[in-house]
Design a binder for this molecule. Structure first.
Ligand code: 3SL
Length: 268
């Protein structure tokens, strides 16, 4: 049987090697960036998967937790969402659904982070389905640790990776229906960049350097980048400029959404 090495096992092993060989070996995270769920390998899993959908699912998830939501339960299929949410007390649930950028008819919420106000979401479970973000979550649902990241809670994710040092980490962008999304990759770069600077990173694939370069180029004007991105343009056509503006903020929410049970995210 394959032995699972925890972070503390690795720290102990590191200390043992350091004293026996009298050398300094920095602990590093082996990091991979996958631009879309479709590009994400299916035959193996990392120690930690971080799902990114900056416009807008993972920004909405971080905001819901910052405003006191009890949990976010994610579904790729709307019928399944309706069936499962039906079992939950009506006063403690909110159905949040988006397709093509628009709110699903009959649902209380769409996928706007700005709609996740405290008075609406505190104490409630959000049953959420979106075009791409919840599909990306589905892709890595069996990883031992699953987190969600957006620009708004980027630092909380970096802090977790630096403290826990998972051996392999995948940053999984949600993209748009199988194609690459600039905003997810720039956020992957924003997470990878401090790890590289502090020599805590081993490159798993070339996409990591591409993501870091994109972030370094655009970090001071993410709003402009998001407005030029194809999904940003789609949201602008739907008059959702304020949503883009909100999603372009960096490190404003200190929340770490993680998968507490299969398909159910809670705040750590
Ligand atoms: O694709 C998704 O998961 C959504 O985040 C898209 S939207 O921003 O709600 O249109």
């Amino acid at each position: 049987m394959r032995r699972i090495f925890t972070a503390s096992d690795r720290v102990r092993e590191h200390a043992r090697l350091e004293s026996s060989l009298a050398i300094y070996l920095p602990l590093t995270v082996k990091l991979f960036v996958y631009h879309t769920p479709e590009a994400t390998p299916t035959e193996q899993l990392p120690d930690c998967a971080v799902v990114i959908d900056v416009l807008r699912a993972t920004t909405t998830i971080a905001t819901a937790f910052a405003e006191g939501a009890e949990a976010v339960q994610a579904f790729s299929d709307l019928d399944q969402l309706l069936a499962v949410s039906e079992q939950w007390p009506a006063t403690q649930r909110l159905r949040a659904g988006e397709r093509g950028g628009k709110q699903v008819e009959g649902f209380e919420l769409g996928n706007s982070p700005l709609a996740c106000t405290r008075d609406r979401v505190a104490g409630k479970r959000l049953f959420l389905s979106t075009t791409n973000g919840t599909r990306a979550l589905q892709r890595v649902i069996d990883a031992p640790v699953v987190l969600t990241a957006a620009q708004v809670n980027r630092q909380a994710v970096v802090d977790y990776l630096q403290a826990e040092q998972p051996e392999t980490v995948w940053l999984v962008g949600s993209g748009w229906q199988g194609t690459y999304s600039l905003e997810d990759t720039v956020c992957a770069g924003a997470i990878a960049s401090p790890l590289l600077e502090q020599q805590q990173l081993t490159l798993g694939n070339d996409e990591v350097l591409g993501a870091i370069a994109l972030y370094q180029q655009w970090q001071t004007d993410l709003f402009k980048l998001f407005c030029q991105a194809s999904h940003g343009e789609r949201l602008l056509r739907l008059n959702l400029k304020d949503d883009i503006d909100y999603c372009a903020q960096t490190d404003v929410l200190n929340v770490l959404p993680w998968q507490a049970e299969r398909g159910v995210l809670k705040a750590k």
